[in-house]
Design a protein around this ligand. Structure first.
Ligand code: MG
Length: 361
């Protein structure tokens, strides 16, 4: 046969193979190298899959322009995107979101890879992050006047009233709720918060690394959704300064199996005391500019103090009343974490401190 005929046969064969495959969009996302808080970056890769029943380990590694994201200083530096977890991307058709870690070419974790600092990931830990956020336009919370502040806060928390709340934040919060659920991120609740334009959603996750992944992917889904409304996501711990306005936090609820299943007031108390031994270590990973939020006002403890107490929303760590009722209702709440904290660093530190407390009385 002539070469041109062989060529046609070859292309026909290839086309038939492609027709039996499923082209799918995979949005590879990861953290960049900016400090103190990284940004999320993402780009889409089309991959032909022969089935929906695949595992994240089957997805290929990928590359990036690393010098544009503060992760490579020289022309010869190169890194690798390594897929670690996949989520359904319900905002696009045939699409998935792929959380990735950044590795060096020699297969050591890149310095920006905070996920790799989580030493223990054995399923013992559950985390419930209360992610607060502010919707922002042109550098100000939405519907703030050009100059000065709106009316004193107080009527916005869990509010419903068009002239006060508008319809856009609720539309975004509800849509975000649905998109996260479809991605199998367990949002356990949402509400309007104290500051105008401020909202909150809760993310409940088992396993430390999954907790970090879920928070980062939920933030990514939220930012992409807000783009459609020409709004930005502001996670600064004190978005309005000065003034009598609430800050924006990400309270970290946590437990291990012992706290959930074994009796013991002493154990909860020892965990709280041990957190007091590592105040600088915890504050170092609880978000930048947090000193503007932790003032001792607006349901916070001062950044210079450490305390824990039952139902105390002014304490560093709150012991929920349900925990006290039989001392095994699963959780403690570290209220110091700021909204802009890297959840990977937070869970890594919390796990480390809690694991130092021995189970024996
Ligand atoms: Mg809140």
């Amino acid at each position: 046969m002539k070469y041109t005929v062989w060529k046609k046969v070859f292309f026909a064969f290839n086309w038939l193979c492609i027709m039996n495959m499923l082209p799918m969009k995979f949005e590879y996302i990861r953290l960049d190298g900016y400090t103190p808080e990284p940004n999320i970056r993402g780009k889409t890769k089309t991959i032909l899959m022969d089935t929906y029943a695949w595992d994240v380990s089957e997805l290929p590694t990928w590359n990036f322009d690393w010098s544009s994201t503060q992760q490579a200083s020289g022309w010869s530096s190169d890194c690798v995107l390594k897929p670690v977890r996949v989520y359904k991307d319900a905002a696009r058709t045939n699409a998935w979101i792929v959380m990735c870690e950044v590795w060096n070419a020699d297969w050591t974790p890149h310095v920006s890879n905070s996920r790799s600092t989580i030493e223990s990931d054995d399923g013992d830990f559950w985390f419930g992050f209360e992610q607060e956020y502010v919707m922002e336009k042109n550098g100000k919370p939405i519907w703030f006047p050009e100059k000065g502040n709106p009316d004193p806060q107080g009527k916005y928390y869990c509010g419903v009233w068009y002239s006060r709340m508008s319809h856009i934040p609720r539309r975004i919060a509800d849509k975000h709720f649905d998109l996260c659920w479809e991605a199998w991120i367990y949002i356990d609740g949402i509400n309007a918060e104290v500051l105008k334009g401020q909202r909150e959603y809760g993310v409940l996750s088992k396993w430390a690394k999954k907790a970090g992944d879920d928070v980062w992917v939920s933030r990514y889904i939220l930012m992409r959704l807000m783009e459609e409304y020409e709004l930005d996501l502001n996670l600064n711990p004190k978005p309005v300064r000065p003034g009598d306005r609430n800050g924006t936090g990400m309270h970290c609820n946590f437990s291990n199996k012992y706290m959930r299943e074994i009796w013991g007031e002493w154990y909860f108390t020892h965990v709280c005391k041990r957190f007091g031994d590592y105040i600088p270590e915890h504050m170092a990973v609880y978000g930048s500019e947090n000193e503007y939020r932790l003032t001792g006002k607006h349901e916070t403890q001062s950044i210079d103090e450490y305390s824990f107490g039952v139902s105390d929303r002014g304490a560093s760590i709150r012991i929920p009343l349900t925990t006290v009722q039989d001392w095994r209702k699963w959780r403690l709440e570290d209220r110091r974490v700021a909204a802009n904290a890297d959840p990977y660093k937070v869970v890594a530190r919390v796990v480390k401190t809690v694991q130092e407390v021995k189970y024996e009385n």
